[in-house]
Design a protein around this ligand. Structure first.
Ligand code: MTE
Length: 326
């Protein structure tokens, strides 16, 4: 397996087990333990083949609407085993099975287009200049399942600012790594996407404080199947906007073509804001299955406008017809 990102190292004996993490979270809520990133000791949790290195970060504080929710966290095993990452296959468990074939170290990210200082940054350089923080977000997939995930990352605007976007920039385009020899889904005859996977945002969406570049979850570096070493998380949009394993970002004057919109424009819009009032042409978006769920306990809950982040983001779309710009 590829060497994992070593940044910043805490002895692996200090990895927080999930049960301790959850307990710590309730203690934090009660104000009993301090908001320090120092991890409690205990046995390592997670799958050792996919679990990453512990990260140094500021935990989410209860009551912070940008970073915290009272909802139960989706267990680590569900987040890391039930994935969409078509580069490794279309089955939900394919990414967990095959994404270890992707080399994520070394990693660099190139930023270009309408910026004053285009260039390439090594991941270690980037991470040495940002403060990592925890953001507990709902993730709502367009397929009508959802999770609650404790990400670790930093706001996207912190990266964009370094490259000094020009006044003419109005959109941001993202691209995933495309390495056929390491991504068996891209070699498949049944592959439907024109690789590399592409996504995009309006610049004001990209600069919104909720928009996160995640490098970890549950306090550790991202498993490959969840988009290691660096992925986007836009919590008020359907999950397909949250592009994984990013290698390139361009600032643009025109709206970029994106993978799912190019594939089926009637079904997947550029905006893709979570909206229970705008159904997918083939299914309703009014409800979602909160994972873990099963046949006997479907755990079906109503979907919220902008995935529950309306207070933070509705103003971005004030004069727009959301049925037209879906
Ligand atoms: N990014 C890439 N490069 N390839 C993909 O297939 N799938 C998207 C998104 N990012 C995808 C991607 C979809 S449809 C969803 S729902 C989320 O990733 C799922 O993220 P998760 O597997 O970490 O839950």
């Amino acid at each position: 397996m590829a060497r994992r990102l070593r940044y910043p190292a805490i002895p692996s004996s200090e990895i927080t087990p999930e049960s301790v993490y959850l307990r710590r979270r309730s203690l934090l809520k009660a104000g009993i333990v301090g908001a320090s990133a120092a991890a409690a000791s205990g046995p390592a949790w997670g799958d050792p083949d996919t679990g990453g290195e512990p990260l140094d970060y500021q935990p989410a504080k209860p009551g912070n609407p940008l970073a915290y929710t009272e909802e139960a966290l989706t267990p680590y095993g569900d987040i890391t085993r039930y994935c969409n990452f078509y580069e490794f296959g279309t089955g939900k468990e394919d990414p967990a099975r095959y994404a270890h074939e992707m080399t994520v170290d070394p990693w660099s990210i190139e930023v270009g287009g309408a910026v004053a200082r285009p260039g390439k940054l090594h991941l270690e350089d980037l991470l040495s200049r940002v403060d990592l923080e925890e953001r507990i977000y709902r993730l709502r997939c367009v397929e009508a399942w959802s999770m609650v995930i404790p990400w670790v990352g930093f706001p996207l605007h912190a990266l964009l600012d370094r490259f000094e976007p020009l006044g003419s920039a109005r959109f941001v385009a993202f691209r995933t790594l495309y390495r056929r020899e390491e991504m068996r889904g891209t070699r498949s005859f049944s592959s439907i996407i024109d690789w590399p996977y592409r996504e995009g945002l309006r610049l004001d969406e990209a600069r919104h404080p909720l928009t996160l570049l995640a490098v970890g979850l549950y306090g550790k570096t991202l498993p490959n199947q969840n988009g290691a070493p660096l992925r986007l998380v836009v919590p008020w949009k359907y999950g397909f906007k949250s592009i994984k394993s990013i290698v390139r970002i361009d600032l643009l004057e025109e709206q970029p073509a994106t993978s799912w919109q190019s594939l089926a424009p009637d079904e997947y819009g550029f905006y893709a804001n979570v909206n229970p009032e705008v159904d997918h042409p083939r299914w309703s978006q009014k409800f979602e299955r909160r994972l873990p769920s099963s046949f006997l306990r479907p755990n079906r809950i109503p979907t919220q406008l902008f995935n529950g982040y309306a207070e933070q983001v509705a103003s971005l779309y004030r004069d727009m017809d959301l049925t037209r710009y879906y």
